[in-house]
Design a protein around this ligand. Structure first.
Ligand code: UD1
Length: 462
């Protein structure tokens, strides 16, 4: 029973701070495929930098201005969390926010939000650094199989925290009220653990050396943010990071790097639909492995100072892709590139090198005619040249992005459900795509099964 349908056709839909409609509405995207993309698209600030930097702002004494902030639901929720803890959050314009954490305190009012998002685990590091103790829920997040946080816990313990996990909560306390420096070797290259330990160590007493760390661009961005607020962090971007703890961090202004994965998604979209897109506000170096793979598949990619131009007119060719930590091919581009390879000539092999279970979206692509065989971490893709529109769901954030890429190049109409996942990480994707010629619209419908969807939102979104 659908009572009302609202079409957000003109400018796409924006996520407004603290105006999420919760589970009363279900949003869908409707795409009429087969239109090549032409024009220019602006890339927003990096989601994965933002979701680390907002919690880290809690450590800052004074006003911290964050610029180039993406307007997405994950950043909304993290700012809400800080606000519930007593921070003053003030938007200067949609991409610039002042956060004043002078009066923050621990609060159990944040729990309904912290369990919705993965990045809430950074609150462990920032609360420990700020208060010498932490209390939050176990994180939510996209479901790629088991997502342990043992390396985060190992790091916090090495820095002198005692940790208790039970009833869905994580509680931590630094002996003597302040963490101390330590030498920590990560058993697994983990983006989250690297970031969390860096945040916690920024105000710990003495030197922390973290070995076998991740090298993603947003790790460098977080180190630059913390350093600009008075921290002393060296080595970010290599596999050893040294953090000399300081007494406190001071206010300042910081502009986030552009989003590597948002850019990669638009690059893949135009490779799939054909056409020519100039993708602005990017750091081409962060996109090198994506650009190289798209060239191998048949797109033309030209790099400028802060833009890339991607053109595709001719045939697409098979390729093998293995996802790896940076500077390897990003796992967060795996669903999108798999979708593109469905259109290529020949058989491609994609190997997932980071997550145990990141092929749940393949069932959705099969509904559009894709021929993909998955065995463990390997997907074998028979290039069939085209996809056909179908009703599909976004199983998680990047799976949702892949459904958009598929819908844009498919023959006929694709309706994507559960787009709440996509809006976690893509600012105004409907508006940006419409501006370059895509026939895509967001539709809101009242949810006639509120209970089921409430549960799903709490379990999976984040
Ligand atoms: C981050 C990104 C996510 C991306 C991933 C890999 C954010 C908010 N999310 O997730 O989009 O897909 O990096 O690039 O930045 N692991 C452990 N123990 C731990 C932590 C991780 O075994 O304590 C394992 C994981 O199961 C996984 C691998 O390490 O197999 C990488 O995980 P990690 O880099 O930590 O991913 P996230 O930080 O959660």
């Amino acid at each position: 029973m659908k009572l009302l349908t609202t079409l957000h056709a003109g400018m796409g839909k924006k996520t407004a701070l603290w105006q999420n409609r919760g589970s009363d509405f279900l949003d869908k995207y409707v795409i009429r495929g087969g239109k090549p993309l032409y024009g220019e698209v602006e890339i927003s600030g990096a989601k994965n930098a933002a979701v680390a930097i907002i919690p880290a702002a809690m450590m800052v004494d004074g006003v911290c201005r964050i610029e180039n902030l993406p307007q997405i639901s994950d950043t909304d929720k993290l700012l809400q969390i800080l606000s519930l803890m007593g921070a003053k959050v003030r938007f200067i314009n949609p991409g610039t926010v002042d956060v004043d954490c002078t009066s923050v305190r621990l609060s159990n009012r944040i729990f309904s939000l912290t369990k919705q998002i993965r990045a809430s685990y950074y609150l462990i590091g920032s609360m420990l650094g700020r208060f010498g103790e932490a209390c939050t829920t176990m994180p939510g997040g996209c479901n790629f199989g088991v997502r342990p946080i043992d390396q985060h816990i190992k790091g916090m313990k090495a820095l002198g925290a005692s940790i208790e996990i039970g009833r869905g909560l994580i509680q931590a306390k630094a002996a003597g009220g302040r963490l101390h420096g330590a030498r920590i070797y990560l058993d697994k290259v983990s983006v989250g653990a690297t970031i969390n330990i860096m945040i916690a160590a920024a105000t710990a007493e003495g030197m922390t050396i973290i070995e076998n760390v991740a090298r993603e661009p947003h790790i460098v961005d977080l180190a630059n943010f913390l350093n600009s607020m008075g921290a002393d962090i060296r080595g970010a971007g290599t596999d050893v990071i040294k953090v000399r703890g300081v007494q406190k961090l001071h206010g300042g202004a910081y502009s986030l790097i552009p989003d590597q994965i948002e850019a990669g998604t638009y690059m893949t979209a135009v490779a799939a639909t054909g056409g020519a897109l100039k993708i602005n506000n990017v750091i081409p170096r962060h996109l090198e492995c994506i650009s190289a793979k798209l060239r191998e598949i048949g797109a033309d990619v030209q790099e400028g100072g802060d833009f890339v131009v991607v053109r595709r007119e001719g045939a697409l060719y098979r390729a093998n892709v293995k996802t790896q930590p940076y500077p390897g091919f990003p796992t967060d581009m795996q669903p999108q590139i798999t979708t593109l390879l469905c259109l290529a000539q020949g058989t491609s092999i994609v190997t997932e090198g980071v997550w145990d279970n990141r092929y749940r979206y393949v069932n959705e692509l099969r509904k559009m005619g894709a021929e993909i065989h998955v065995s463990g971490k390997t997907a074998i893709i028979e290039g069939i040249g085209h996809l056909t529109g179908a009703p599909v769901a976004a199983c998680d954030l990047r799976a949702g992005a892949a459904m958009i890429v598929a819908g844009l190049c498919a023959e006929g109409t694709t309706v994507i459900e559960d787009v709440v996942y996509i809006e976690r990480g893509y600012q105004d994707i409907v508006g940006k795509l419409r501006a370059v010629g895509a026939d895509i619209a967001a539709i809101s419908e009242p949810d006639d099964e509120p209970d089921g969807n409430e549960n799903r939102a709490l379990d999976d979104v984040g």
